[in-house]
Design a protein around this ligand. Structure first.
Ligand SMILES: [Zn+2]
Length: 716
């Protein structure tokens, strides 16, 4: 899956953990109280769980809320740094954890909206505030007096009598200060600040060009005949999309964020397929105002310079220091081990697809825009599974309540109740309260599932409110996706891929809901990128678990359960296409690594030439399997904090396949097994290192075996 978790730490380029943005505490200052009290982020929301009160939040509140929040946090930090009392954990670390509350409230809601429901006002705020937020983080982590206090505590950490979580949080702070440049000379710190500011501005600019380029890149079709193969609904959607864009009588196919486009499966006309594919491929490489290549060049170069300043050979090495994998070499070794079996599997798939093309009476050579259409034909022929046949069994509400929720109840004992009294930012958003096994409230969950033009592509999870015993907060979490919205009155019928996305994002949500930490710093999903996708991908496994599937996969019209034969075929069909699926992910992962292993001081590379060379040298230039994201629209690595981290999705597949293998060996879906996973993984946050955490659950280190088997890359 290419869904992603979102949290503030990731959004803010990994400079600062969510906890630092997540703090405020004593209203140390009383500026003009009137103006401040008019801002809805001034105080914690009085709604249940401190849920954001969208009836009170206006677009015009964000910028002043963020600015005032930063001002207050700096005042708080100064008080901590300049106090005369000798450093103690409470007056330094815990105090920092409590600071910045107003800023955290403003940013949590702001980031949610600018990603899921943006508009020109919010875009403008993002452009203006991104560099200021980066500078704000620098002001904290480059505060010499503050660092001195942290360092003093760190050096005598074993004699402070701290409990294990407090000790871990102290260590995380110390590492982050050093990683942020606290040990640098004043001149180097100044340069670092400039780079961080520039990076943040470029990231915001990249994201805006990409959203605009993706929207403008939609394929416009004049003639209905060119849409042959699409269903009546899909054609009606395309006509509506054209009307919405002021082109009545035409047809518009909007682009999704990946290289491949969903409708390529259905489009019978090869010219239309090629046009749609190319619209996707060049969306941000047209030499117009949405072209992102100059941004990428600069980002790669300044990130390399930053790594050098901080004593690392390249940016990837700098980023990976606190990840489970640890080094770029470990990452490339891991990917390298997957390349050969993937290439072989993709070549075998291409052979079968070429046969299908021939069988269809065509004599053309397979190209990337043909792949999905003919792969689907092979799937139908060999596995007889047709997405259209499946869709009636995957109605969104049913999948959510009787699938996603049901699995969580079976495994973890938790239950859900929809709440209509909590305000939402868009009418399609649904809110549920989540209850623990003993009936106590765990937190709130929001679901925003339908695609909109003002929503970034993909799917993600984050928090409106993070869990912390220190702050007395319970998790308020949202899942966002981009499913096709049905016509009014029609049910939302999903693909199995959509269903998997729902389970995936909810896996992140569980990681956030079961958080049980004192400090925001190590709470819930505030973990390494190459660990954070472990709970989400693990949760995907339950979508096909017999007891769960039977429970939710019921025909939307007839009420009949999904036929066993169809289930068997669906399960069997899961290994079909894995060569392509893994190939496009490995290619994207290597693009990410190569861009971020650029040597400091290297000249700005030509983007397209660099991309081709990167794929070639890493062996991920698979025939007809282009990267899932091209450099120029690779949002994860240029603007979403996943730089040098895209491999993490595959690394965590290793973890989740291994963990699921443990479940299968121990009786499958039981409350007992679920409780064990909850206790040893899902509720742990970052209170321990990841290697020991995994070993405590499984009793051994993770290995690649179950992953290769699961993917069908070795004989079953
Ligand atoms: Zn994810």
């Amino acid at each position: 899956m290419t869904c992603r978790v979102r949290n503030l730490a990731l959004i803010s380029a990994g400079l600062v953990s969510v906890s630092l943005l997540a703090f405020a505490c004593k209203p140390a200052d009383k500026p003009d109280e009137k103006a401040a009290s008019a801002n809805p982020f001034e105080q914690a929301s009085t709604l249940p769980f401190q849920a954001p009160d969208f009836t009170k939040i206006k677009d015009s509140d964000f910028q002043p809320g963020i600015e005032e929040g930063m001002r207050r946090q700096i005042a708080e930090i100064d008080t901590i740094a300049n106090q005369s009392a000798a450093p103690s954990f409470d007056n330094t670390i815990a105090a920092m954890e409590k600071s910045g509350r107003m800023l955290d409230r403003a940013l949590s809601v702001f980031f949610a909206l600018v990603q899921a429901n943006t508009n020109p006002t919010l875009d403008k705020v993002q452009t203006e505030e991104a560099p200021r937020i980066a500078a704000h983080q620098d002001a904290i982590f480059l505060n010499a007096k503050l660092f001195q206090r942290v360092k003093t505590l760190y050096e005598k950490r074993d004699s402070l009598g701290l409990d294990p979580e407090a000790l871990q949080v102290l260590k995380l702070y110390y590492d982050q200060f050093v990683h942020s440049g606290a040990n640098l000379s004043a001149a180097d710190q100044e340069r670092l600040k400039e780079i961080n500011k520039q990076d943040a501005s470029l990231e915001a600019e990249f994201q805006q060009r990409l959203v605009a380029g993706t929207k403008a890149g939609a394929l416009v079709v004049d003639d209905k005949a060119a849409l042959a193969g699409l269903s009546d609904t899909e054609i009606a959607n395309a006509a509506q999309a054209a009307k919405d864009r002021g082109m009545p009588g035409k047809y518009v196919i909007p682009l999704q964020n990946t290289t491949q486009q969903p409708l390529l499966t259905d489009l019978a006309d090869r010219d239309t397929r090629e046009k749609l594919f190319n619209s996707s491929w060049v969306r941000t490489e047209k030499g117009d105002k949405n072209d992102t290549r100059s941004i990428i060049q600069t980002l790669a170069v300044i990130r390399a310079e930053k790594a050098k300043l901080l004593g690392y050979p390249n940016y990837a090495a700098y980023v990976l220091y606190n990840q489970m994998a640890g080094t770029p070499e470990a990452v490339q070794k891991f990917i390298g081990a997957l390349v050969a079996p993937t290439r072989a599997k993709a070549a075998e798939e291409a052979r079968l697809i070429q046969e299908a093309i021939k069988k269809d009476g065509k004599d053309f050579q397979l190209e990337p825009w043909d792949w999905q259409r003919y792969a689907e034909k092979v799937r139908k022929e060999r596995y007889d599974v047709d997405e259209a046949q499946l869709k009636p069994y995957f109605e969104l509400n049913r999948v959510l309540r009787d699938g996603v929720f049901y699995a969580a109840t079976q495994l973890y004992g938790i239950t859900f109740k929809q709440r209509h009294d909590i305000p939402v930012y868009q009418p399609d958003v649904m809110v549920f309260e989540v209850f623990d096994k003993d009936g106590s409230s765990l937190g709130l969950m929001y679901f925003d599932y339908f695609k909109r033009d003002n929503k970034s592509g993909g799917a993600w999870m984050s928090n409106f409110v993070g869990q912390s015993k220190l702050l007395g907060t319970k998790p308020v979490i949202y899942n966002v996706a981009n499913f096709t919205k049905p016509a009014p009155g029609q049910p939302a019928l999903l693909t199995f891929d959509d269903v998997t996305t729902m389970f995936h994002e909810f896996g992140h949500a569980l990681h956030g809901l079961f958080a049980n930490q004192v400090y925001p710093m190590d709470s819930g999903t505030n973990v390494a990128r190459d660990f954070v996708e472990f709970p989400s991908q693990f949760n995907e496994h339950w979508a096909l678990y017999p007891d769960v599937l039977k429970h939710y996969a019921v025909n939307n019209e007839t009420g009949a359960p999904i036929p066993q034969a169809l289930v068997d075929k669906l399960r069997k069909s899961q290994t079909w296409g894995q060569g392509y699926a893994l190939g496009e992910l490995l290619a994207a992962s290597e693009l990410d690594m190569e861009w971020h292993m650029l040597k400091p001081g290297a000249p700005k590379p030509d983007v397209d030439a660099f991309e081709a060379q990167a794929l070639k040298t890493t062996g991920t230039d698979f025939t007809d399997v282009p990267p899932r994201y091209r450099s120029s629209y690779f949002l994860h690595i240029w603007a979403n904090g996943y730089a040098s981290g895209y491999y993490a999705y595959q690394w965590t597949v290793m973890l989740d396949d291994d963990a699921y293998d443990w479940f299968e060996q121990h009786g499958g879906m039981t409350r007992e097994n679920g409780q064990r996973f909850r206790d040893l993984i899902l509720s742990k946050g970052h209170t321990e290192d990841y290697g020991p955490m995994f070993r405590a659950f499984y009793g051994k280190d993770p290995d690649i075996g179950p992953m290769l088997k699961d993917r069908g890359l070795v004989p079953q």
